[in-house]
Every structure is written in C-alpha cells, then in structure tokens.
Write a protein that binds this ligand. Structure first.
Ligand code: PHE
Length: 393
C-alpha cells in the first residue's frame, strides 16, 4: 500500500514537472533549433477563386519539397500548416491567429488576395511573425498609413500603383485609346486600388474617364451598369477584378453588343477565365510561360512533372504558382542566410536578398518592402492567352 502511494506520488510529480516543462517551453519568434520548422500557407482553397488557392499551394509546396529533398533548413525538416483562408478578411484573420497562437508558426506565406492579406499583416507585424504574400498587390499591404514599410511584411509581386500604370500606359500609347470606362467592386481593396491607379495614369497621360461605376462582389447581373457603358461609348472598359466577375461582366457586355475591349490586371489569371467571353481583352500579369529564361523553362518542366490537370496532362503553372514558388524561396533563402529561426534576423536577410526567381530577379526595396519587377501584358485571343509585351518599372 505504502509503496503504491509513493509510486503514485512520484508519478504525479513527474507529470506535473513535464507539464510545467511544456508550458515553459520557449515560445515567440526564436525557438531553439530543434524539431521541425513550421511554415503556414494561407490561401483560398475553396470558394469562388479556388484556382488561386490551388496554384498557390502547389507552387509553395514545390519549393518546400525541394528544400526538404536537399536536407531541409537550418538542419530541420520544413513542415507546412495549410489553411483555407477563402480570399476574405475574417477567415484569413482566424487562420492567422490559429497558425500563430496554436501552431506556433513564425512565418506565413499568403494570403493571395489583398483584402485578406492586409488584415493578416496587421496581426503578423504586432506578433513579429514574418509574412510574405506571393500575390497581394494592394499598396497598403507593405506600406502603412505613416508611409513607412510595415515591419515583417513582404511580398513577391509588384504593387497596384505599378500595375495600374502599366495597363494605362499600354492603353494610351500602344492601343491609342483616348477614353475609358472604369468599374470597381466597392467591397474589394484590390479592385478599388487598381482602378484608382489606372484612372490616375490614364488621365495624366491625356485620356478621359467617360464613366465610373461601382458594384458589389456578390452581384451577378450587371445590365444596369452595362447600359451606362454602352451609352458612354468608351474605347475600353477597365475591370481590375478576379476571373469570376470578369467572366460574368464580359459575357453580359457582349450580349449587349458592346465591342470595346475590357482591360484588367493579374486577377484575370486563371485556368477558369472564360476565354470565349473574354476574347479580345487585355490584362497585366507577373509572368508569361513563353519566357525563354532558364528559370522559367526549368520551372515549367518540373511543375508539369509534379502536377497534372484533370486529363492527366502536365499542368502549365499560372502566375500564382510561380509567385508562390518564388515567395517560398525568398523566405527559405532568407531564413537560411539569417542562419537562425529568428524573424528579426530573417527580416534583415530579406532586405539583403538577391534572388533570381521564376518571375524575375528579385531584390527588396527597403522603404516599401516591395520587389522591383517588370510586368507582362497578355491578350485573350482565339481561346488562347497571347503574350503582348513586357513593361519594366
Ligand atoms: N493581386 C491580387 C490581389 O491583390 C491577387 C492575384 C494575383 C490574383 C495574381 C490572381 C493572380 O488581390
């Protein structure tokens, strides 16, 4: 009886000690160099823009798998925590809190959409978690209201100030357009920022905005707006939104007999863009698969070998896959260069990074945390996406 009591007492003490040890384990941004290195991927894996999430996940995992095959990072295996953040603020914020507070990640790749990435960034910066969005282009992601770079927040893509300029200059100078009608989703910071940037450059360059209309991301019937577009007879219609809205708008515009082309930005890039409805349209993007650089062609080969479409053919990576691959490599190289799982050191390394990515040569501007990179202009033509030109900053 007595022995039993002593043994149980010892067991209780051992349990309490181990529990205390667990609770007191180092937390925060500088864990001991042991165990797996966790990286979160936040992307819209379900919902209306699910192709964005799938490509992002595939691109990021490809980079991480390559690093693991070479022995991992800082002597540790890289493991991922993937969350479906749905391209929306609330689910993205919940996912960010979960991966930071419950999973203990110090690094987030994501989100895809600006309106989800921006609220995540405001949490990450406070918690000293380093976030890199592969694709969120809204200026406010990396630059705060004070005009300064937001600590610990980076992106792998150019921003919308640049993207809007690219499309406006191309419309004015190459297509010789004089008038534009501008559309934007008043609930989506990406489409608002991109439309503003386009309109500013288009007007400054001598063009006229002959009409401006807002809609809601949930709208599906655009006939009232399209009647106004029809009456204004613009040379072009600017629609910097994601592919589901582009598909609906373009189809309804053609049914109304509108022949002026739509022009937009990277949000058009999807295997689900309706290439029949959007025939004749132009959009800016981050890469073109016909680019002959070795980084591009090697990536296309490796991606196609790893991922197949639903017919079993090698998948051709879209810009989201490319940028997720680049963002993951930017992060992993910076952690490697820092030599420590410490987000202060990794941030310093990110600022010094020079990385030859698939989407171009990447260095980070310390004042904005943006890479300085070229954009490409693509046209939807006869069921294909045709490369038109590359525009440098
Ligand atoms: N740039 C978009 C945003 O900020 C996201 C996106 C990038 C979508 C590239 C498609 C392709 O919301």
């Amino acid at each position: 009886m007595r022995t039993f009591k002593v043994v149980s007492l010892l067991m209780v003490i051992a349990l309490v000690l181990s529990a205390c040890g667990g609770a007191a384990a180092p937390s925060g941004t500088t864990a001991a160099p042991q165990g797996d290195l966790k990286i979160a991927i936040l992307a819209p894996l379900s919902g209306s823009v699910a192709t964005f999430g799938l490509s992002t996940k595939e691109g990021a995992l490809m980079a991480i798998d390559e690093w693991n095959a070479k022995g991992g990072l800082l002597g540790r295996k890289i493991v991922t925590v993937v969350e479906d953040s749905q391209c929306k603020a609330d689910p993205a914020v919940n996912a960010a809190n979960k991966v930071i507070d419950q999973d203990g990640v110090h690094y987030i790749i994501g989100e895809v959409c600006s309106s989800a990435s921006i609220p995540v960034s405001r949490i990450a910066t406070v918690k000293k978690v380093l976030q890199i969005s592969p694709t969120s282009t809204n200026d406010a992601l990396t630059v705060g209201a004070d005009g300064k770079a937001v600590p610990y927040i980076f992106r792998a893509c150019y921003n919308d100030s640049f993207q809007g300029q690219v499309v406006a200059n191309f419309a004015l100078k190459t297509l010789n357009f004089k008038s534009a009608f501008v559309l934007s989703d008043q609930t989506n910071s990406y489409t608002i920022g991109l439309a503003d940037s386009f309109a500013k450059t288009f007007t400054a360059g001598g063009g006229t905005i002959v009409g401006k209309e807002n809609y809601l991301g949930t709208d599906t019937d655009f006939s009232a707006i399209l009647s106004k577009v029809s009456a204004a007879k613009p040379d072009m219609i600017f629609l910097g939104d994601y592919y589901p809205t582009v598909n609906l708008f373009y189809k309804q515009a053609k049914e109304k007999g509108i022949t002026a082309p739509f022009m937009g930005g990277d949000g058009w890039d999807s295997s689900d863009l309706d290439r029949v409805a959007a025939d004749g349209g132009y959009y800016s993007n981050h890469y073109d698969p016909g680019d002959t650089r070795a980084e591009v062609q090697n990536f296309i080969k490796a991606y196609g070998a790893k991922y197949k479409d639903d017919k079993g053919n090698p998948k051709v990576p879209d810009a989201l896959a490319v940028l997720a691959y680049d963002a993951a490599n930017m992060l992993l190289n910076s952690i490697n260069n820092a030599g420590a799982d410490d987000t202060d050191k990794v941030q310093e390394a990110m600022l010094k990074l020079s990385y030859s990515g698939v989407s171009g040569k990447i260095t980070i501007d310390p004042n904005t945390h943006n890479p300085i990179k070229a954009a490409v202009v693509e046209q939807v033509k006869d069921g294909k996406i045709v490369y038109v030109s590359t525009i440098n900053p």
